[in-house]
Design a protein around this ligand. Structure first.
Ligand code: AMP
Length: 335
């Protein structure tokens, strides 16, 4: 029976091993040599370190491990190994592998949300039709790097030319132009439990992005720079209680769409990234089919997991708990 959790030492790995240890599971980290000293500080949470020079070597290592290992995917796994490699890994993951592929294609990702009945921003494939403020997103950009705001076709083309000149993208097809939704961001963390057959809300965060979140510090009288969206941290938030039924419903709809599209539930953690408008509409511009780094805020548990469990339940611990609860049925949910 698989019972050893392994992940790359990055992103949310400390939370994952901490949670696994709380549930008495065995833990392993694949760590880059240059970061070993840092991760060694948490040796109390890690049974085995697998040292590599670079994460790129990780696939070979992960594929050489026995069937007792379960890989917990996170954002850095996908960033460092690449989607193709992750799709082909022999080791079983806790989650739905197909979602990793869907998520990696900006257009497929937005269609997936739309098919789930979730509101999404308008997408402009034809730049001549741009009649409102848009955000231009570059595919493969790490943490929002190079994204920019534009008001018309000319500004979009100018910005894209610059992005190509800087080598951020190769051609305009690698960018998606979306309506810029005015409101406030909220990123909902969900967990689908096959054991209880239910979607749980485990937390909510806001990404702390430079410089868009710093613009309010600049007086209006000064010339403000254009916003950029580089993620550097996360801030906790709770939603008005009256919003919660809608938020849960969105999580359930996404899971239903996963079953329709891939034949399987999401299994474990996922996230829908949204902007809430002042008329109460919740518009999603992204989803993540695996644990998000915003859950690191709640290693002690969140207000929502506290309501559900009455004990300190992080998403990392929730993963381990589910693995234990599923027991012999776990094999049906590993991917
Ligand atoms: P993403 O890489 O899609 O997660 O976007 C990075 C950041 O850009 C988000 O955290 C938001 O602050 C902002 N953003 C992305 N899409 C939109 C949108 N359609 N409207 C407003 N802000 C957006």
């Amino acid at each position: 029976m698989p019972n050893k959790l392994i992940t790359l030492a990055s992103h949310s790995s400390l939370q994952i091993v901490h949670g696994a240890k709380m549930e008495g599971l065995s833990t392993s980290l694949v760590v880059e040599r240059r970061r070993l000293n840092f991760y060694k500080r948490y040796s109390n949470l890690v049974d085995e370190f697998y040292i590599v020079n670079e994460f790129k070597e990780g696939s070979k290592l992960l594929n050489s491990l026995g069937d007792e290992y379960i890989l917990i995917p996170h954002g850095s796994l996908i960033e460092y190994l690449g989607v193709g490699e992750v799709m082909n890994l022999r080791i079983k993951i806790f989650g739905n592998r197909k979602l990793i592929e869907i998520e990696s294609n900006q257009y497929d990702k937005m269609n997936f949300l739309k098919n789930a009945g979730i509101m999404i921003p308008q997408i402009f494939n034809n730049y001549t039709k741009i009649d409102k403020t848009v955000i231009v997103k570059l595919s493969g950009a790490k943490g929002g790097k190079g994204y920019f705001i534009a008001k018309n076709e000319e500004e979009v083309r100018k910005g894209l030319k610059k992005a190509i000149d800087l080598g951020l993208i190769k051609n305009t097809k690698e960018a998606i132009v979306q309506e810029y939704v005015f409101g406030v961001p909220m990123y909902f963390h969900y967990f689908y439990s096959p054991y209880y057959d239910r979607v749980e809300l485990t937390g909510i965060d806001i990404r702390y992005e430079t410089n868009v979140d710093g613009l309010k510090r600049i007086p209006d009288a000064l010339d403000k720079p254009l916003p950029s969206f580089v993620v550097v941290g996360n801030i906790p938030v709770i939603a008005r209680e009256s919003l919660l039924p809608k938020i849960i419903e969105m999580g359930e709809s996404l899971n239903k769409e996963a079953i329709r599209r891939t034949g399987k539930p999401i299994t474990g953690p996922y996230c829908i990234e949204t902007i809430i408008k002042d008329d109460g509409q919740i518009v999603a511009f992204e989803f993540s089919g695996r644990i998000v780094a915003g859950t690191n805020l709640y290693i002690n548990g969140s207000p929502y997991t506290w309501l559900e469990w009455g004990e300190q339940m992080s998403v990392g611990r929730r993963i381990a708990k589910e693995i234990k609860l599923l027991g012999n049925d776990l094999v049906h949910y590993l991917d």
